[in-house]
Design a protein around this ligand. Structure first.
Ligand code: R5P
Length: 295
């Protein structure tokens, strides 16, 4: 297997290659003055099992086009197989046609990857894993939640309560609780399908005097998390920490969450940021290793 660290996941790609002790194929890339991307493979990939690592966080459209250019080029260069590791999968939240006439965006992206010769996709905590199973390319969805929970355990929060957002998120809290052991709960949320605005159900939460870690897959504008933090504080939690897999942190998201009472915010390097202190490299390396062993 050869690893191709894409422009958006250079550090992560190199880490994965190092863990797997696999050869790296560097990519020469640049942006033309008009914003278009230039991509060139700096080594031959003929007959190789090629694994491209490229997250698609903002600027997601640019990162997606680069991913398509890399996959299609590997295909043209006659790679044996093409796997793409896309830790943050852009457009995964548009996982159905909520309203008549809407794009089913995640399906379109997967179809494009298939056209470019991709035969397998690995991602991390995708928004709706069940939908991924219905798409045209096999997608393996890995979970970084235990790694985030381990981080807090090491920081002395063994026994903290794991709180998730939305009923669907409860599985996340249960997963974290296997590491932290202080119980799992969720706050119900509702998203307006037209405006995208999220409201949280302000029901009593039995967290008085507890350390609480709130888990979510994505922090984008921070609107959802900031409301959850404020409510958890109001319920008398002793400390409130935030753990997210994909810290998109659009605009002032981080400050909004801290100003509403969060003691800390931690994310993974699925999306490189200054709060990405937990690495998903070992998780991805393990999955690729298992896959290689099966081949
Ligand atoms: C929602 O379904 C997700 O799990 C996140 O809670 C949401 O995408 C976060 O978005 P924002 O930070 O803009 O509220």
């Amino acid at each position: 297997m050869v690893i191709v660290p894409g422009p958006s996941s250079q550090e992560l790609g190199y880490r994965i290659a190092e863990l797997l002790k696999q050869k790296i194929v560097p990519i020469e890339f640049r942006r033309f003055p008009d914003g278009e991307s230039y991509i060139r493979f700096d080594a031959d990939v003929r007959d190789e099992d090629v694994t491209i690592v490229q997250t698609t966080s903002p600027p997601q459209n640019e990162n997606l086009v680069q991913l398509l250019l890399m996959a299609d080029t590997a295909n043209t260069l006659k790679a044996k197989t093409i796997t793409t590791v896309v830790p943050y999968f852009a457009y995964a939240r548009q996982d159905q046609r909520f309203r008549l006439g809407e794009a089913f965006s995640v399906k379109t992206i997967v179809n494009l990857l298939e056209t470019c010769g991709v035969s397998k996709i690995l991602t991390v905590n995708s928004h709706n894993p069940a939908v991924l199973e219905t798409l045209r390319v096999p997608i393996e969805d890995l979970s970084a939640v235990p790694l985030l929970a381990e981080h807090f355990k090491k920081k002395g929060f063994d026994g903290a309560c794991s709180l998730a957002l939305g009923k669907k998120g409860l599985a996340t809290a249960v997963e974290a609780d296997k590491v932290l052991g202080g119980g799992s709960k969720y706050i119900s949320t509702q998203r307006d399908r037209i405006t995208g605005k999220v409201t949280i159900e302000e029901k009593p939460l039995p967290v008085k005097g507890s350390d609480v870690i709130i888990f979510d897959d994505i922090i984008s504008s921070g609107g959802t998390m900031m409301k959850a933090v404020a409510w958890t504080r109001k319920q008398g939690a002793r400390t409130v920490h935030v753990a997210c897999v994909h810290p998109l942190l659009v605009g002032d998201a981080e400050n909004r969450i801290l100003q509403n009472g969060a003691d800390s915010i931690v994310g993974t390097d699925s999306v490189p940021s200054h709060i990405s202190v937990v690495s998903v490299a070992p998780l991805i390396a393990k999955a690729l290793f298992k896959r290689g062993a099966k081949r």
